[in-house]
Design a protein around this ligand. Structure first.
Ligand SMILES: [Zn+2]
Length: 322
C-alpha cells in the first residue's frame, strides 16, 4: 500500500490523498485549495497525472475543501465512481454549482487585471456546465454499508458528525503476495473532518468500529480550542431576547451550509419551547435556503434531540422562516 498526499499537507484546504493498494488507485477526497486567487489558481490547476485512470474517488463530505476539485478531475478525464453518502451528494451539488459560478467570476477578474497583450486569456477552472457530469458519477452509499471495490479492497463510511452526510472512511484490504503478511487484513482510517459532540441536528461522531493499522487525519483546529458548546445556546438566547425586548433586528452572519441551519435550529427551539415569542426569520441567501431544504429532507440523519424537538412536524417548516 502506498499513500501520496496530494493536498492539505503543510497547509489546510485542498484535501486529497491517493491510496494505491492491490493494484487499485483510489483518491480520498478531491478538495479545492483556498487562498489568494493567483496561488489558488496555480494549486488547483494541478492534478496528479493518474487521476484520469484512478479506480474511484471516495468523498468524505461535501465541503469545498474536500470536493471542490471534482469537476477539475472529471474535466481531465476521470470517469470512475465517486462514492459518497446520499446527503453528501445533495450538498455537494449545491456547493459545486456555487463554486462553478465563482470559478467563472475569478477567471474574469484575473483576465481584467493588467496583463501583457501576448498573455493568453485564462479559462475558468470549470463552469456550471461541468457540474452535471460530476453528479452523474456519484454513487450513494449509506453509513455502515461496506462497499466492495474489487481486488480484496473495500470501504465503509461512518458518521463523522461534522456536517450533514459527513463520513469518516475505513478502507480495508487483504495483503497480497507470498510473504508472511499475505492474506492478512489491513485497515486504514481516513478521518477527514470530525465533528463535535452535542451539535444540533446531526448525530455525534460514530465510535470507531475497531483498531486500524494506518490513520490519515486532519489537524485544522488541532492547535486551538473552542469554547464549551453548552454556552452557545444561553448566549444566543440572551441576544435574541434583548433584540425582541428592544424591538430591534438581529443580523447573524452564517455560512450557507451548516451554520445557517444550526442558527435556524436554535431559533426554532426557542420558539417551540416558548422562550421567545414567535419572530420572523429571514434567510437572505438562496444557497442557505437550498441547504436548509436539503437538511429538512434528510430526517433519517437527525439526532435524537432534533427528532424529539420536531416530533411529527418537519424541521424548519414554520411559516416564520422566509
Ligand atoms: Zn469540512
Amino acid at each position: 500500500m502506498r499513500i501520496q498526499f496530494c493536498g492539505a499537507n503543510r497547509t489546510v484546504t485542498g484535501s486529497s490523498h491517493l491510496i494505491e493498494v492491490n493494484g487499485l488507485r483510489l483518491f480520498l477526497d478531491m478538495g479545492m485549495f483556498q487562498g489568494p486567487r493567483d496561488e489558488a489558481r496555480r494549486m488547483n490547476e494541478y492534478l496528479p497525472a493518474d487521476v484520469r485512470s484512478a479506480d474511484a474517488i471516495i468523498l468524505s463530505h461535501a465541503h469545498f475543501d474536500h470536493s471542490g476539485k471534482l469537476p477539475v478531475a472529471v474535466r481531465a478525464g476521470f470517469a470512475g465512481p465517486i462514492y459518497c453518502t446520499p446527503p453528501t451528494a445533495e450538498v455537494a451539488r449545491l456547493i459545486l454549482e456555487d463554486s462553478a459560478q465563482i470559478q467563472v467570476e475569478d477567471a474574469e477578474h484575473l483576465n481584467r487585471r493588467s496583463r501583457r497583450p501576448d498573455e493568453p486569456r485564462l479559462d475558468p477552472l470549470y463552469a456550471p456546465a461541468d457540474i452535471p457530469p460530476v453528479l452523474r458519477l456519484m454513487k450513494r452509499v449509506k453509513y455502515e454499508q461496506r462497499t466492495d471495490l474489487g481486488n480484496g479492497v473495500s470501504f465503509t463510511f461512518y458518521d463523522a458528525g461534522h456536517i450533514l452526510g459527513s463520513a469518516y472512511v475505513i478502507l480495508e484490504w487483504q495483503e497480497q503476495g507470498t510473504g508472511g503478511a499475505a492474506g492478512a487484513t489491513r485497515k486504514l482510517l481516513f478521518t477527514a473532518d470530525v465533528g463535535r459532540y452535542d451539535t444540533p441536528i446531526i448525530r455525534d461522531p460514530h465510535p470507531l468500529p475497531g483498531p486500524v493499522d494506518v490513520v490519515i487525519t486532519e489537524s485544522t483546529y488541532g492547535n486551538g480550542s473552542h469554547g464549551p458548546i453548552d454556552e452557545v445556546e444561553p448566549q444566543l438566547l440572551d441576544a435574541v431576547r434583548h433584540v425582541v425586548q428592544t424591538r430591534g433586528r438581529l443580523i447573524i452572519p452564517a455560512f450557507a451550509v451548516g451554520r445557517t441551519q444550526t442558527m435556524l435550529w436554535y431559533l426554532e427551539k426557542f420558539a417551540r419551547e416558548k422562550l421567545v415569542p414567535p419572530v420572523r426569520v429571514f434567510v437572505d441567501s438562496p444557497m442557505g435556503v437550498e441547504a436548509t431544504k436539503i437538511t429538512r429532507a434528510f430526517h433519517d440523519y437527525f439526532d435524537r434531540q432534533t427528532l424529539d424537538l420536531v416530533g411529527e412536524d418537519r424541521l424548519f417548516a414554520g411559516d416564520r422562516v422566509t
